[in-house]
Design a protein around this ligand. Structure first.
Ligand SMILES: Nc1nc2c(ncn2[C@@H]2O[C@H](COP(=O)(O)OP(=O)(O)OP(=O)(O)O)[C@@H](O)[C@H]2O)c(=O)[nH]1
Ligand SMILES: [Mg+2]
Length: 131
């Protein structure tokens, strides 16, 4: 059994997609281990997206992720990290496959509804920042 973390971003919360997204992960048979609603402050957001600090879109990303409440979850299941990234879909909404969360709901590059950890190491780092 593996654990991973996902975060429903401020656009997902504002668009009332929390229930829909949680339902997809429950339907997939993941166990929910932790669940929390909160708002990122600038310090936590900068820590969370530290890997992107030199990217051109960094300020836009921090301003977006701190723009409202988010819902974070730790879930558990077989190959959770890979399976969750597949359910989330590609970063770019144009390439996100229909049936994936971004493919079905996202029409923006920064506003793309959901984050998911991309490795065991990043899951450990990210979940320590959030929980
Ligand atoms: N404006 C803009 N935003 C970007 C771009 N690339 C990534 N982002 C934003 O930065 C976030 C983090 O980028 P990545 O870690 O490369 O993408 P990801 O792993 O699919 O997305 P996360 O699960 O949120 O980490 C993305 O989800 C987008 O919100 C870009 O080229 N332009
Ligand atoms: Mg990422």
């Amino acid at each position: 059994m593996e654990q991973t973390l996902f975060i429903i971003k401020p656009d997902g919360v504002k668009r009332h997609l929390v229930g829909e997204i949680i339902k997809r992960f429950e339907n997939k048979n993941f166990n929910f281990i932790k669940l929390k609603m909160f708002a990122f402050d600038k310090d936590n957001a900068t820590k969370f997206y530290y890997i992107h600090k030199d990217k051109s879109f960094f300020h836009e990303l921090i301003s977006f992720i701190t723009s409202g409440e988010v819902v974070a979850a730790v879930i558990e299941g077989n190959n959770a990290i890979q399976a969750t990234r597949l359910m989330v879909g590609s970063t770019n909404y144009v390439e996100a496959e229909p049936g994936s969360i971004r493919g079905d709901y996202a029409l923006g590059l920064t506003s793309n509804i959901i984050h998911a950890s991309d490795s065991k190491q990043n899951f450990e780092i990210e979940s320590k920042i959030i929980f």
